[in-house]
Structures are given as C-alpha cells and as structure tokens.
Design a protein around this ligand. Structure first.
Ligand code: PAY
Ligand code: ZN
Length: 321
C-alpha cells in the first residue's frame, strides 16, 4: 500500500504526485474509487481515469455518468488543479455522497501528462504534447528549430479535423497532428468515451484562461439544433458560479467569444460521441496572470466551478428521473 500522498491545494503538483494521490484514493476508498488505466502518453506516462461510483443501480436503469478531463494543454495548470479539487470533494467530503450515488463520475486530471511535465522542467508556457516531429519516416528534430515538437491535443479529434483554426505545420502551437487521432492521448480518451457513450451525459473539458463557458460548435458559426438546451443548462451553471464569489463567466460559442477551431474535444464529444451536453470551460483569470494563475486561486476557482457543475448535474439527474 502507498504511504500516503503529498497532495495539497495550495500549490501546483508534478505528475507523479498526482498519480500517487489517485493511488491513495483508490486504496483508501476502495468502494468508491477505481483507477482505470486507459493507455500511455507518447513518452510512456500512464493515463488513469478515476471512476467514482457508489450505491446500487436499479435493474434496467442506466445510471448517468459525467466525464471531466483536464490538462489537454500543458501550460494551463489551474485546469488539473481544479479537476483534482473536484475529485477530492467527491471522494473525501461526505456531504457529496448523494451526488456520487446518483451519477457515476469519470475524471482524467491530466490528459497531456508529457507536456505538463515539460512545463514544470523546461518551458512554463508550452502548450502541445511532446511527440517528436516525423517526416517521411525520419525524425527531424536534430536540425529542427525549437517549438516543432508536439501536437495540439485540442486540434487532433476526429470531427471536422483540420478545417479551421488548426495548423498543418508541426512548428505551430495549433498543429493538428498528421491525421485525426494520430496521438495516443486523444485516442485513449476517445476510445474510452466511445465505450461508455450510452451512459455519459455530460462532457466537460477544463482549460484556461479567459473565464468562459464555451458551448459547441467551435468549428462553425452555425448554431447546433439544440443550442438553446445547451445554453439553458450552461446559464444555470454560470449563474451558480457567480453567486459563490462574484466571478462572471462569459457564455457562448468559441467563434463568437474567441475564435473558430476544429478538431477540438468538445465538438467531437457532441458530434461523434453524441453527448448532448458538451462544454469547454475556460477557467480564470481574464488575462492578468493568464496561464500563470497563482496557486492561492486553486481553492476559490475549484469551489466556484464545482458549484457550477453541481447545478448542471442536478438538472441531468432530473432529466433522467
Ligand atoms: O472549444 O474552441 C474551443 C477551444 C478553444 C481553446 C483552444 O484554443 O483550444 C481556447 C484556448 C485554450 O484554452 O487552449 C484559450 C487560451 C487562452 C489560448 O491558449 O489561446
Ligand atoms: Zn487550452
């Protein structure tokens, strides 16, 4: 058994410390927490989905499930930290036992573990993964200029891949990869989601920064058929968030608030996996600290986001009953 863990919510942690915490939770709460290995990163780091589940499922009743991923982009440190804050509340705070018995939770705290480590060791503002660029079977990085490694893991998903706001140039920060799902990280996550698509009713992916609640589509300005439904639940969430400490999250689509992008995970989750409620959450701040949000913001940011998520989950439970 593990000795314990070094996890806190007042600083940002290395990937190994995060894995140790997940292991700790699965050992101390075996009836609540299960670790599901779903694959490995380019550099061989394990990707482990935390499943939080309790209580009985009535016969013939499918329990809804919620998916939350974080850390698709390496430098957005607040994202994994908030995912871990939520994870901790669900597991270690007994007042959420009902919430955990009503729905199953799948949480992957760091998708881009290689990039995340690289931001700790070498370049704090790295965004992409760390795959080395390959051209006609030959690795180019010997003579390649800095920055040409890695794929933007939020441009690599198989839905309108490469059509807008994505680059074919490996040296760009929005390099979409050689083809859709060329990367082990996006493949692992998408395979898992497809395997559980009948139950996953909410897809959330945590990014930073901008303080926005983004609604599909990102690849087109056309409104989704059920745009109003998505907006309705998202508005409830952002209103609940605002009540916590007054933070205002802007609500809308990426093309209307930021820019159009394609091959993103939220569009894929909706378009391909058929998950009706699919959102990209841009955590704080609005640009003062940007990606370098001080660690004393982890708890307040986690608290308000968890409040927003709880409001959506309540609505989803209601829809199912
Ligand atoms: O759904 O369109 C979407 C995702 C938009 C994000 C993306 O580019 O993937 C927005 C950016 C992000 O979180 O990566 C915003 C940040 C501030 C950036 O790096 O531009
Ligand atoms: Zn991002």
């Amino acid at each position: 058994a593990t000795k314990g863990h070094l996890m806190t919510w007042n600083r940002y942690h290395r990937y190994q410390e995060i894995l140790d915490y997940l292991m700790y939770l699965s050992e101390h709460y075996p009836h609540l927490v299960e670790l599901l290995p779903i694959g490995k990163t380019t550099e061989g780091r394990p990707l482990k989905v935390v499943k939080i589940s309790s209580g009985q499922t009535r016969e013939n009743v499918v329990k809804p499930a919620i998916w939350i991923d974080a850390g698709i982009h390496a430098r957005e440190w607040i994202s994994p930290a908030v995912a871990l804050y939520i994870l901790r509340q669900l597991v270690e705070n007994k007042s959420y036992r009902a919430l955990v018995s009503q729905v199953d939770w799948y949480i992957l705290p760091v998708v881009n573990a290689d990039g995340y480590e690289y931001t700790h060791t070498t370049d704090r503002l790295w965004r992409k993964s760390r795959r080395m660029p390959i051209e006609s079977g030959r690795t180019l990085w010997g003579g390649m200029s800095y920055g040409c490694e890695g794929v933007d893991l939020n441009r690599n998903w198989d839905w309108h891949w490469g059509s807008v706001g994505a680059s074919q140039d490996p040296c760009d920060d929005t390099f979409a990869g050689s083809h859709a799902f060329s990367e082990p990280e996006t493949r692992a996550v998408s395979d898992f989601i497809l395997d559980h698509r009948d139950r996953i009713q909410l897809y959330l992916t945590l990014h930073s920064y901008s303080q926005m609640w983004l609604v599909p589509w990102s690849h087109t300005k056309k409104r989704a058929d059920d745009y109003d439904d998505m907006m309705y639940l998202a508005r409830q969430a952002t209103e609940a968030i605002q009540k916590v400490h007054g933070s205002q999250y802007q609500l809308g689509t990426s093309p209307s608030l930021l820019y159009a992008t394609s091959g993103g995970s939220d569009d894929w989750a909706k378009g391909k996996a058929g998950i009706k409620y699919s959102y990209t959450i841009e955590l704080p701040d609005k640009g003062i600290y940007g990606f370098m949000l001080p660690a004393d913001k982890i708890v307040p940011t986690g608290k308000e986001l968890f409040t927003g998520i709880k409001s959506i989950v309540k609505s989803i439970v209601k829809i199912n009953s």
